[in-house]
Write a protein that binds this ligand. Structure first.
Ligand SMILES: NC(=O)c1ccc[n+]([C@@H]2O[C@H](COP(=O)([O-])OP(=O)(O)OC[C@H]3O[C@@H](n4cnc5c(N)ncnc54)[C@H](OP(=O)(O)O)[C@@H]3O)[C@@H](O)[C@H]2O)c1
Ligand SMILES: *[C@@H]1O[C@H](CO)[C@@H](O)[C@H](O)[C@H]1NC(C)=O
Ligand SMILES: *[C@@H]1O[C@H](CO)[C@@H](O)[C@H](O)[C@H]1NC(C)=O
Length: 331
């Protein structure tokens, strides 16, 4: 009896009402975060005979994307920097998708030399590329952490690397007749600004993790410039924010952030859901011919911040990056 009344007061006391409300709120956030306007089941794009290249394929969003592409028959090149991690992911994707069309490639996107040799290897194997997904990215590394080549490692990985790789694969993309480039950017771009000097660890001041935001903004700016340069070639390029997704991306941040991320992991997307916006840009037929756009995680075309909308800014950033990567010599 006592237990019963205790339970009933507990169940209806103000604190439990509060708890229940909190739980409902939490569930609403979870459903809202995870709901997706695009129904992948209704997309029948078949990728048999098509070649797709996905960077950062061994983890998080990249791995989930590869699985779906492989399931649809694509030949998928998993571009990873760590052979062992790549092989493990390949075996997992193979088992899940039943595909025998997977190939592991090694590339460190923070290294121009590594990208050059990866591109050379790749072009020999795959003269035509139908889909390039620049997904690899890092955050949480302090600005002015330089690579052996003298680039800031965050800008190198998130922006200069994709810039060079995309440009080196341009011929193979054009050869495919109709091809798509998808850049995985971030809504954090709104906290960024464009300063070409950042690429080499110099430039204007940056607050905590703002180098991540700036590098993602540059990626969007470049998407726009590349789209202008690829008009009427059959190649489209777009960038997308995948949403907030529970992956390894926070691994370099201080433990306080990682702990918060873990706490919220219940409410945010898992990698499979985070892959949806990326897959939308890769597969949806209604995007044929659409290029140079930035999509938010609801798959809606959204304007990025002012600097990324300015063709003049994009052009001079392109020039600066082309010089850094020695692209002007081959372009
Ligand atoms: N998670 C989010 O909430 C969120 C939000 C907005 C945007 N994004 C973007 O989504 C993309 C995928 O991230 P994720 O969340 O799936 O994180 P993740 O699980 O950490 O995956 C990142 C991938 O990039 C690879 N990578 C990092 N540096 C590299 C380098 N120098 N060379 C080659 N590969 C490298 C990683 O390889 P290793 O395993 O070897 O490190 C890993 O495979 C990133 O561009 C990220 O900025 C994520
Ligand atoms: C994406 O943009 C559309 C249109 O501006 C907006 O209605 C939607 O809420 C946005 N989605 C997210 C997740 O911000
Ligand atoms: C970029 O470089 C090209 C050719 O090198 C030049 O014609 C153009 O004026 C430059 N644009 C900007 C904005 O710096």
């Amino acid at each position: 009896m006592l237990l019963c009344s205790l339970l009933s007061t507990l169940a209806w006391g103000p604190s439990s009402v509060f708890l229940i409300l909190l739980l409902l709120l939490g569930l609403t956030v979870r459903i809202w975060q995870r709901s997706h306007p695009w129904d992948i089941q209704q997309c029948f794009t078949d990728l048999t005979g098509k070649t797709a290249v996905v960077t950062g394929a061994n983890s998080g969003i990249g791995k989930a994307v590869c699985q779906e592409l492989a399931r649809r028959g694509a030949r998928v090149i998993l571009a990873c920097r760590n052979r062992e991690h790549g092989q493990r992911a390949l075996a997992e994707i193979q088992a899940a998708s039943n595909s025998n069309q997977l190939l592991l490639g090694e590339v460190d996107l923070s290294s121009l030399v590594s990208i050059q040799s990866f591109a050379q290897w790749l072009l020999q194997k795959e003269p035509e590329i139908h889909l390039l997904i620049n997904n690899a990215g890092i955050c949480g590394i302090p600005h002015n952490t330089l690579t052996p080549e003298g680039l800031d490692v965050t800008f190198a990985t998130n922006y200069v690397g994709p810039f060079l790789l995309t440009n080196l694969l341009r011929g193979a993309l054009q050869k495919a007749g109709s091809a798509r480039v998808v850049n995985v950017s971030s809504s954090q771009q709104v906290h960024g600004y464009i300063d070409g000097e950042h690429l080499t660890g110099a430039g204007g001041p940056l607050t905590f993790n703002q180098n991540y935001c700036c590098s993602k903004l540059m990626l969007i700016s470049f998407t726009a410039e590349l789209a202008r340069r690829l008009q009427r070639t059959g190649v489209t390029v777009n960038s997308v924010h995948p949403g907030i997704v529970y992956t390894n991306i926070m691994r370099n941040l201080p433990w306080k952030y990682r702990f918060l991320f873990l706490l919220f992991s219940f409410f945010i997307k898992d990698p499979k859901q985070g892959a949806m916006p990326v897959l939308y840009l890769s597969l949806a037929q209604e995007l044929d011919g659409i290029s140079g756009k930035y999509f938010n995680s609801s798959c809606v075309i959204t304007l990025p911040t002012k600097p990324a909308q300015d063709p003049q800014v994009s052009k001079s950033l392109w020039n600066a990056t082309a010089q850094l990567t020695n692209l002007d010599k081959t372009d």
